[in-house]
Design a protein around this ligand. Structure first.
Ligand code: SF4
Length: 234
């Protein structure tokens, strides 16, 4: 597998409907296809498509232990609505206990190094386990979320995790996602109604003002150039 595969899939599915593509991918990759959700509005659209059509795609989430209570509510409501499993991946307790013992519970505000280490332990390492053995990773990335996502394609080769990454909502706008969840009665995070757009861990996420960049509510105390958590290269 390589970039060639991503190119081939882009050609093959360019004109296909999202649900048709998801169905075809579920068949093609069998047990080796996974969707990671953080219960944002984009992710809820994809979850609805997967569960409603009973697609055999594993749905997983990274439970960092620092999520908003509102996020856990969406998690519960999603389980209730679809009666399908969403597999949580937690940080490794030894690593996290050592880190918090040495640095304290909120060390991410003190330095970029601490923040990156916290993201590594709570998100990147568990993501590595969630993606181990997988060949296709579905995400809720949209092109308009940030400038460095503008060059994204539907299918991209992720050299870090050695798999093909599929972004079904690439050309959706935030409003399209909101409309979809309302029309389809999909549970969504009420923080979206309070100005939160990209919702991650509670201590590191805040609402944005109209006109502010999509990522302005994440790690707002850091330089824009350093705002990466290591999950997505885009
Ligand atoms: Fe830690 Fe904040 Fe990263 Fe969450 S977003 S893993 S709390 S630094």
């Amino acid at each position: 597998m390589s970039e060639k595969l991503a190119k081939q899939l882009n050609n093959e599915f360019n004109e296909k409907e999202t649900v048709e593509t998801l169905k075809a991918l579920a068949e093609r990759f069998e047990e080796k296809i996974v969707f990671t959700t953080s219960f944002g509005v984009e992710d809820q659209v994809i979850t609805d498509m997967i569960f409603k059509h009973d697609l055999s795609i594993k749905v997983v989430t990274l439970d960092t232990g620092r999520l908003f209570e509102e996020t856990y509510k969406v998690y519960s409501r999603t389980l209730e609505k679809y009666s399908k499993p969403i597999h949580p991946y937690f940080p490794k307790n030894e690593q996290l206990e050592k880190f918090v013992a040495e640095k304290g519970p909120n060390s991410f505000y003190a330095s970029v190094e601490n923040r990156k280490m916290c993201c590594h332990i709570r998100k990147v390492e568990p993501l590595g386990r969630a993606l181990a053995g997988m060949e296709c990773w579905i995400t809720g990335l949209r092109a308009s979320q940030s400038q460095n996502r503008e060059g994204l394609e539907f299918f991209n080769w992720d050299s870090g995790f050695s798999l093909v990454k599929y972004n079904p909502l690439l050309h959706w706008e935030l409003e399209d996602c909101r409309k979809y969840v309302l029309e389809n009665h999909v549970p969504y995070n009420v923080l979206h109604d309070r100005g939160f757009v990209s919702i991650g861990c509670a201590p590191c996420t805040r609402a944005i003002q109209p006109g502010e960049d999509f990522r302005a509510g994440r790690w707002w105390w850091e330089d824009n150039s350093k705002k990466e958590c290591g999950l997505h290269k885009h």
